[in-house]
Ligand binder design. Sequence first.
Ligand SMILES: Nc1ncnc2c1ncn2[C@@H]1O[C@H](COP(=O)(O)OP(=O)(O)OP(=O)(O)O)[C@@H](O)[C@H]1O
Length: 405
Amino acid sequence: MNRNDAAITTGDTTMLDVSGIAVRFGDQRVLHDIDLRVDAGTTTAIVGPSGSGKTSLLRVIAGFLMPEHGQVRLHGQDVTTVAPHRRSIGLVAQDGALFPHLDVAGNIAFGLPRGTSRRERNRRVAELLELVSLTADHASRRPDQLSGGQRQRVALARALARQPEMILLDEPFSALDAGLRESTRQAIRDILRATGTTTILVTHDQDEALSFADQVAVLKDGRLRQIGAPEEVYTRPCDVETAQFLGDAVLLPGQLSAQVADPLTGRTGAVWDASTPLGSVNVELVCPNLAVAHRTTNGATGQVMLRPEQITLSEQGAAGSVLSSQYFGHDTTALVQLDGADAPLRLRQLNAVPLMPGTRVHLAVQGAGVFYPTFTDCQACSAGPTPLSITSRPAGDALVGAHAD
Ligand SMILES: Nc1ncnc2c1ncn2[C@@H]1O[C@H](COP(=O)(O)OP(=O)(O)OP(=O)(O)O)[C@@H](O)[C@H]1O
């Protein structure tokens, strides 16, 4: 059964199905076998460092860049060679790309289909202005008479004018300062949700990706490393590099000591006890060769990843001394040297006052960490990591990987 047959028999809600996309510029391969599925009405964030291929992937989806191989399907129809304006996809560029010589109404009306009557044009412009929370007063202003956030909302209104099924946002908030960025992001997210528009956001900002999207796809060096719900990719990143890219990560040496029942499901299998400098910590196995992670055995060594907010001050637990502490208002971080441990670790406390250097503390761990075995201690990985073949899976499953063979 091919992918389309599967879609038909399962009543699939897939709107966009990108499969096996590769892109090359001259000798440089910038995208490798990208598979990405996006359900109708959902928001996906593609996040990755500069140069990882985010914009190239967006341009392939929009139809501005022809892939070396692979397919782009919309509602099951192959549109790989279909011209951009025939794809029912709106693109909002980083700077909004408004026409400087047209006023706001003219910019928005530019997105309307040719032949729209003057009356209908005025009605739609007024409707779209209201949708993006701009007033009739803004309609006659030129782009240079607007704030950055207002320009982005006009760009969105122009893209929405054609009533596209899908909107692609390419770093649309990056030129805005922190406060405006947050409020514009929230406003645009609300508009896209209200209109049920399927959205793909490209960003290099992890917080933006995690807070904006239903699904986050992490791109690195032209490969999709992980796809999943924001809380999945944050709490169960597929490897150390992804963990560090998505937020602060505390990495501790660890050794698996026993398989334990999952505190949530009661089932045995995925959760282990690992001994670490912080004592015994519950961990989930996330092996770079994911399909074989379960073959890692008792006694295996590796790294335990915790988020700094999982480490709390307690009455008992591993003892150490505060090296330094920084106050950020909403939270306070502290660098703590555990007794007998090699490297200091960082914890983050909400609404806490800074700790004086030299203060003796005890630390406990909340929730489960993630265990990345060293390859030599993972039976199937002893040859080292193999390239993952990653595809999206139904909600709740963050990771899909398999040996390339
Ligand atoms: N038209 C082009 N010709 C040649 N190389 C290109 C072209 N467009 C992009 N590249 C290269 O492809 C790679 C991926 O670029 P792309 O713009 O897709 O990355 P990105 O993740 O969006 O980066 P950024 O976050 O900096 O915008 C980069 O190495 C870039 O230099």
